[in-house]
Design a protein around this ligand. Structure first.
Ligand code: MN
Length: 254
């Protein structure tokens, strides 16, 4: 695992590095810009490729995951995820997505997410980057308030009540350029406790201008946070870096 040293400039807590046309270029650019990046994956079978991309890099962490929208096509890979949990502290993308109204699919998502949570709880110090579209109440309920790792709600878009419950349970939130642009996102970010806010791109899905966002684009999110917090950009950066250190240091008993 690559350590979060004192030299962290920026943080991209959720980037699908493997889904760019040229992942190596994205990784090299982010390394040069010193962007501490979690490279999430959507299925256990692609973790190995992303792990190779992140090997011997200073700022890249490979995460193993199973995206809720892929549980029907890739749910059979779930068992192959467990050995990878011995290799990385980072888990994602996982969670629930209730855009589907199919009860059977939702049940399958809950089963997969529940089993991943159980395994992570056994390890104790995992850092989870979690999808919760239209499902934040169930995600928060399933995690509970005694989970032994760190849960980061990525692109949180749920009701305020859920945001407050999540914060009360110790969860973090990673904020991306699309959230900073939208009024609903801005309203939610204003309610997030400052010591629980992290940044992300969710690239290549989220855009920066007219192109897919890449890790250095979190700089724009930091600038926006600084304005909304009424602090200097440097101070906002320091807040995010301090939040990251706390989030990844959390373990049993801490
Ligand atoms: Mn994502």
């Amino acid at each position: 695992m690559n350590s979060a040293g004192g030299e962290i400039g920026l943080v991209d807590m959720h980037c699908h590095v493997d889904l760019y046309p040229s992942p190596e270029t994205v990784v090299a650019e982010a390394e040069a810009a010193r962007v501490w990046t979690v490279a999430v994956t959507n299925a256990p079978s692609v973790f190995f490729h992303t792990r190779e991309l992140c090997r011997r890099r200073s700022f890249f962490q490979a995460a193993v995951g199973l995206h809720p929208e892929l549980v029907v096509s890739h749910g059979g890979e779930l068992e192959t995820m467990w050995p990878s949990l011995d290799e990385t502290q980072f888990v994602g993308e996982i969670g629930l997505d209730y855009v589907t109204s199919d009860k059977e699919v939702r049940r399958k998502q809950q089963d997969v997410f529940g089993r991943i949570l159980e395994r992570c709880a056994e390890h104790g110090n995992k850092v989870l980057t979690v999808h919760s579209r239209r499902a934040s109440a169930d995600v928060i309920a399933m995690v509970g308030n005694r989970f032994s790792g760190t849960v980061i709600l990525h692109w949180f878009s749920g009701p305020l009540k859920d945001l407050r419950n999540a914060a009360q349970s110790g969860m973090y939130f990673s904020v991306n350029p699309a959230m900073a642009r939208s009024q609903s996102g801005q309203r939610l970010v204003a309610e997030m406790p400052r010591d629980r806010v992290l940044t992300e791109t969710d690239g290549p899905f989220v855009k920066a201008g007219s192109r897919p966002a890449r890790p250095p684009d979190v700089a724009g999110v930091v600038d926006w946070l600084a304005t909304s917090w009424k602090v200097a950009p440097d101070e906002a950066r320091q807040v995010i870096a301090a939040n990251l250190k706390r989030a990844i240091a959390a373990g049993p008993g801490s």
